[in-house]
Design a protein around this ligand. Sequence first.
Ligand code: SF4
Length: 73
Amino acid sequence: MAANQHPVRLRVDPVACDGIGICTHLAPTLITVDSWGFPIVAGHPLSKRDRKSADAAIAACPRRALFLDDLPN
Ligand code: SF4
C-alpha cells in the first residue's frame, strides 16, 4: 500500500456480477475465476500497483459489480 493512502481491498457483488469476466483480464493478479466463470477476488489490502489494475477493472465492469472496500488502518 502506498504511503498516505487509505487501505482498501477489492470486492465483488456476486448478485450484480454476470460472470463474463472482463475484470480477470484487467486485473489478473487480483481476480481469478471459479469453475462457472465467476470472479474470485483477492481480499488483501491493495498495493499501489494493485490499485491501478483494480481501478481499471472497476471502470470496465459493465454491471458495476466491483468496488473498493475501506479497511481499518
Ligand atoms: S467485469 Fe464485472 S460483471 Fe464481469 S465478471 Fe467481472 S465483476 Fe462480474
